[in-house]
Design a binder for this molecule. Sequence first.
Ligand SMILES: *Cc1c(COP(=O)(O)O)cnc(C)c1O
Length: 857
Amino acid sequence: MKAIRKFTVRAVLPEPLAALKELAGNLRWSWHEPTRQLFEHISPELWSSCGQDPVALLGAVDPARLEELARDSDYVAGVEEVRRGLHEYLEEPRWYQGLKGEKPKGIAYFSPEFGIAAALPQYSGGLGILAGDHLKSASDLGLPLVGVGLFYRAGYFSQSISPEGWQLESYPVQDPDGLPLSVLRHPDGSAAHVSLALPDDRVLHARVWLAAVGRITLLLLDTDIPDNPDELRTVTDRLYGGGGEHRLLQELLLGIGGARAVRLWTSLAGRPAPDVFHTNEGHAGFLGLERISRLIGEGLTFNEALQVARAGTVFTTHTPVPAGIDRFDMGLVERYFSSGLLPGVDVADVLALGAENYPGGSPGTFNMAIMGLRLGQHANGVSKLHGQVSRRMFNGLWPGFDPDDVPITSITNGVHPPTWTDEALVTLAEEKLGTAHTSTADWASTAVSDQDLWTARKRMREQFVLDARRRLIEAWREQNKGLVPPSWMSQVFDPDVLTIGFARRVPTYKRLTLMLHDPERLRAMLTHPEHPVQIVIAGKSHPADEEGKRLIQKIVQFAEDPEIRTRMAFLPDYNIQMAKVMYPGTDVWLNNPLRPLEACGTSGMKAALNGVLNLSILDGWWPEYYDGQNGWAIPSADSAMDAAERDELEADALYDLIEHQVAPSFYERDGDDELPRRWVKAIRHTLSELSPELSADRMVREYVERMYRPAQHYASLLGANEYEQARELARWKERIHREWPRVAVTHVESGGMQQIPQVGDELHLRAHIALGGLEPSDVRVEVVYGQSRNGDELANTRVHGLTVEPHPNVTISDGSTLFTGTVTLERAGGFGYTVRVVPQNDLLVSPAEMGLVAVAH
Ligand SMILES: *Cc1c(COP(=O)(O)O)cnc(C)c1O
């Protein structure tokens, strides 16, 4: 029988254990080991069968067991101590409280998915888990941040694999009452709602769930409530489930509904209104329009409101693949914004923000990333390489500027160490280094011996092997109900064999099956008599991606071969819980995307935090951190003729590395203690050098210093005195746009050098600039200079400002204004320069910001 409706009855805890409810209600348990141990102690079996979910555990445990624990004074004291610890954690000043100077009063962080714990499956992959780690580090660092997302009834799908190796999807429905969530309520106890006016006089209502993530509140909007007609209840049914209109409705809800929910929450919870809004990828971009609508309500024009909204908005782009960007049909967007959805906002202004009106753009398309960049004055990619790629990809929005000038910076992702570091390492750090903070512990210290490190690594591998077998057997049982699993299944993987891991979503660019390129060579590596390797693979394919499912099938079928099935396995249903055991349990983390399509790739970071060595294409975060001692770089065959040749070259390089470097070094055992010295040295080096850098604490601090504080600064300048400067800036920009067609570099003279210029000579420049109706102070005239090699393109350019000459000693007949300046020739070789004019205003973050430039011809 299947139930037509499910709900969860919460346990009534005996008084001495009342604090357990509070501890289960704050997701800090997901990264706080002492709290987890308290729950595990209630019943280790239930803890494991409930998927390490405290709310489910408390719902399932026999009340008699709770009564028994309530009489155990040690246990009760332990609960009290952990509760005190939580309160301290929630209230004490942390890093952010110690920051001097101006800083945001509140930051609202929007994301379509949040991966915090397996018990709250509201994520599909890296983007969501990054958002979860962002919240956790924001909590640890004390940021006044609030998260905003959607509550998907069926989350992302659960994956199983058919006997033919085909991915099957199921959508287990979440019962919010069985999750660590509470409803946002008015003081009279009624549930608070946000609503959106839709076309045809329909209204979309959403309830707001609250999750406590340490010090951070996460708001999750849910449309599955009786106030909505049936077809609107399903708006938040699944993560990335539908396309077109369904997706647009989700994004309207996330952006506009989310911004409304933040306002509601701040007033009900008595928190300061956020001054900075951060959108994790473009999906939440409509939030800027909601803010503009509010500002118009306060009496600003659209353009004035746009300045204010932009100044306080941070946009993080995550995809280097144009196909990965959300696009909507222009007509659909037009219909939704013509319905009173945003009071005061003209639909034409909305459409202009998402228009691809640049070369190569498509006229009927509304582009969420483009809108994100137009609505966010502060933008970044997620690794240095991805920053570069993004500057190229979006160059069309800043025509006339070089990619390097495009105002998109980068902040390399990080991962949350307490979530992703295995207990074996934490214990080792505590015992030998006197700290539980593994990411800042002194792993170079001799207090930790090589033997210690190797033993900890082996523990992690063993734990993973047991977990993998359990998962495989469970999956087999699911499909062969009542039968006994074959005995080889309990011999899958060997805790002493070099273990390579590969787990990620399965879009084509990640090349799941590259390792199968030469099946015989792979088979020989797996069955090598002295240097065998074993490979664990996991990952979900998007339900609509048949090609991805075929790749999974290829792997599954290859691994069925009796000769290798104990050396290679595909584990179904990749999720946080599996990842937490799998990363530490591998020795080598493999990543072989098509460069440069991996924006960052955080799984390798999580592996590295556990002393795992990366074996990766130089893509995403790896080119920044690979140093020759912390793993291996698979060379990219960028110059290959075609995709097939590229795969072949890169697969060969991968096999070569494993055969000649990775495996021999892993199995090289020295001295009496039989340790792989070189390998352990690389583990130690990885832990001590990479851990602090890869920590989400580093990432969040960078966001604070490089994005949130500047955003708050500009937003507060524009907001002062009833938005005086915003009005001023909007007027100024309108004037600049009007006059710009008449701005030109009319003539450039140079002098000062010897006949044959040499290093040390000074180049004196005099540039005649036509300013149209602008003042000299409205512009910045710059000489851009650098090395000139082949052609006209300058390399390694630098920029130097010219100043207006108040008393020119020549008569300028054409009415232009004279700007002068001097550049010293510092290096020999080809030299070139040009002169350009850009708008200048202290309220612009970058000279390219307005996309206006006049260059000498
Ligand atoms: C970290 C993580 C990802 C993202 O990994 P990538 O390296 O970015 O592909 C996806 N899924 C889970 C469960 C993860 O923990």
